[in-house]
Design a protein around this ligand. Structure first.
Ligand SMILES: [Ca+2]
Ligand SMILES: [Ca+2]
Ligand SMILES: [Ca+2]
Ligand SMILES: [Ca+2]
Length: 428
């Protein structure tokens, strides 16, 4: 297939999480592609480094000053590596001379200067001289690049957190912005792309506070034309035609409701709201002398009457036979007898003492399914899956369950469930 046939003709959105997981999402078709590239805290971007029309990943590693460019959206080594700029410089990817090839330019927030560079760095070497250098914006402005006027040449845009304005220029020259408008909230992360394929790039915003990305098809004040759930650093590009998700979930979880297992009513007046940002596994820590609802009613009694908590500590229980039980409403943060802040944690307890017991295959199967559902439902990466002992001094969730976390087996099972179409769960 010729490379051009893979070009979608529109820009999609990429979200890159703190662990280096890339999620490419086509906001129009729902197509998506996920892969690992880079290290935690690398600065991600995308561009067409080999001039075939398809954008692929790039990274700036601040700790070493290196840039890594790859020509396919997949896990693998960089095809080009070079040194980039000075510490504090921000890489801005784009086609700054309209030749059909993307390069990396420098935005230097310290003195609000732009250094336009139309060649990629030499492999193993450094960047060449800037073709143009000029001042644009104020120190501290957040830069991005795009083609605001449709002439196929990318130029700089800035978002200024102090006044909430976006400033766009159509020239590689100092001077006032050609377009400026009020857009976004404090803390928003700006980026740009051609979401509707009309040849004009417009500004998108990722808002960490709501774990949502907002896309607008004109460079003007107003509401989003499209929104995308999920957290990470936002990037944009024509990543080619992304695989569309298979229709319908790959599997459905049946959850036993609180009413069915005979839970006490929660003391909802004492709940604290939170928003789920990670997925955390506990074990019950008690051996399986009894199992099922009588056991869970006992846990809940201890948590409410013994510990003084408003409800069972956990959001989901996974029984010995893999049955999934409704716990605390996940809109509210859980509780713990150990020293860590449970805000943001979706807490799953797996029945057993996995210092002694081994998790049953049915439990592991249900655990992966519940985590896959939660990952998609809350827009949090499977990379956030961890055990209680990653957050507090405890043996929980026990060595025999921890082994599936440290080997990566649980996360990869969760990812493959998502890739196969995800998991359905009707919370009772
Ligand atoms: Ca390319
Ligand atoms: Ca170029
Ligand atoms: Ca332009
Ligand atoms: Ca557009």
């Amino acid at each position: 297939m010729p490379a051009a046939a893979q070009v979608s003709g529109r820009d999609s959105v990429g979200m890159v999480d703190q662990d280096g997981q890339w999620w490419l999402i086509d906001p129009v078709t729902g197509g998506r592609l996920s892969f690992l590239y880079g290290n935690p805290s690398d600065v991600p971007f995308a561009g067409d480094w080999d001039c075939d029309g398809v954008d692929t990943p790039g990274l700036y590693r601040r700790s070493t000053g290196q840039v890594f460019l790859r020509n396919s959206s997949s896990t693998g080594p960089a095809e080009l590596t070079f040194m980039f700029g000075n510490p504090g410089d921000v890489p801005v990817a784009g086609d700054f001379d309209g030749d059909g090839c993307d390069t990396l330019s420098i935005y230097r927030p310290a003195d609000a200067s732009v250094h336009v560079i139309n060649e990629l760095g030499r492999d193993g070497g450094g960047l060449g001289r800037a073709d143009q250098s000029y001042r644009f914006g104020n120190p501290g402005d957040v830069p991005f690049a795009g083609d605001w006027d449709g002439d196929r040449v990318d130029t700089i845009g800035l978002r200024r957190h102090s006044d909430g304005f976006v400033y766009l220029t159509n020239e590689h020259a100092a001077g006032a912005a050609d377009v400026s408008y009020f857009y976004g909230d404090p803390g928003d992360l700006p980026f740009a792309g051609d979401w509707d394929g009309d040849g004009f790039d417009t500004v998108g915003l990722h808002r960490p506070a709501t774990a949502t990305t907002y896309l607008r098809n004109s460079n003007s004040t107003g509401v989003a034309d499209m929104t995308i759930p999920g957290s990470g650093m936002p990037i944009a590009g024509d990543f080619g035609v992304l695989p569309e998700p298979p229709p319908g979930p790959a599997r459905i979880i049946t959850m036993i409701s609180r009413e069915e297992w005979g839970a006490r009513p929660a003391d909802i007046g004492r709940f604290s709201t939170h928003s789920v940002s990670r997925l955390t596994i506990h074990h019950a820590g008690t051996q399986r002398t009894t199992t099922g609802p009588p056991q869970y009613r006992g846990w809940q009694d201890w948590h409410m009457s013994g510990q003084g908590w408003p409800d069972l500590a956990y959001h989901v229980i996974i029984g010995v036979d893999g049955t999934v039980y409704e716990g605390r409403d996940p809109a509210f943060r859980g509780d713990t007898g150990t020293a860590y802040d449970t805000a943001g944690h979706f807490l799953v307890v797996v029945e057993g003492d996995f210092e002694i017991d081994h998790p049953t295959p049915a439990q592991l199967d249900s655990l992966a399914a519940v985590l896959a559902w939660a990952s998609e439902h809350y827009g949090v990466s499977p990379a956030t899956i961890s055990g209680h002992s990653d957050h507090a001094a405890t043996l929980c969730p026990g060595a025999h369950l921890e082994a599936f976390l440290t080997s990566g087996q649980l996360k990869s099972t969760v990812q493959s469930l998502i890739d196969q179409g995800g998991v359905g769960l009707d919370w009772p």
